[in-house]
Design a binder for this molecule. Structure first.
Ligand code: G3P
Length: 217
């Protein structure tokens, strides 16, 4: 399973990259705003800065909600850097735009997916990635992980090449559950990745090894 980090924070992206396990980055307008990155020029420069830190795909979201606007914006984003993936909302024009970019060989990530039907449409349109938001489904007492399982089954039934990018991952158990379900990618905060490191028996065991080494030296 690929690990993407879901942030626009350059320090956190560098930390995940330095760990050696990072495969890409996802962002959205809310994550950009959280880092105080506003204005078209600053946002575009920030995408370039992210691409310089990581080796993998970097999702950059369009703001337009009409087909022509999405195409114009998406083409400009794709031209910024070869690692850019055009992120499109799961609306009618977003599906049409995903098909347009797919035909042109430009990678896409269809976002704000909350149902198996939406994921099926994204795959039919040739999206590179589909982003089901599992945490936000959990937030409204709906089983987000069940959606990941449904999409996995549908994509496997027909060998769709669209990759399931489990998004709105909030914590370490989400990461593990996504891996168990066969999600192709997960994107979450740095804490969801670093949390995988932790086990008290590791800390206790290491302390004992070091203490025993000191006894003999
Ligand atoms: O990747 C989608 C993500 O940015 C949304 O996460 O935690 O705001 O639901 P969250």
């Amino acid at each position: 399973m690929k690990f993407f980090i879901d942030t626009a924070n350059l320090d956190q992206i560098k930390e995940a990259q330095d760990l050696g396990v990072l495969d890409g980055v996802t962002t959205n307008p809310s994550l950009m705003a959280k880092e105080g990155i506003t204005g078209k020029e600053n946002i575009l420069n920030h995408y370039k800065a992210i691409c310089e830190i990581v080796d993998g795909d970097v999702s950059a979201e369009v703001i337009a909600t009409d087909f022509d606007g999405m195409i114009q914006e998406g083409e400009a984003l794709a031209a910024l850097h070869p690692q850019i993936v055009v992120k499109l909302p799961m609306i009618k024009d977003g599906v049409k735009a995903a098909k347009y970019f797919s035909d042109k060989g430009i990678k896409t990530n269809v976002t704000l997916v909350f149902s198996a039907g939406q994921a099926l449409l994204a795959a039919k349109a040739g999206a590179t990635y589909v982003s089901p938001f599992l945490g936000r489904l959990d937030d409204i007492s709906t089983d987000g992980l069940n959606l990941i399982a449904e999409i996995r089954q549908i994509y496997d039934n027909y060998n769709f090449e669209t990759q399931i990018l489990s998004a709105s991952v909030r914590h370490t158990m989400h990461v593990i559950d996504c891996a168990k379900l066969g999600s192709d990618v997960m994107t979450g905060p740095l804490s969801s990745i670093l949390g995988l490191l932790n086990h008290p028996l590791t800390d206790i065991g290491l302390a004992k090894f070091l203490a025993d080494y000191k006894k003999g030296n």
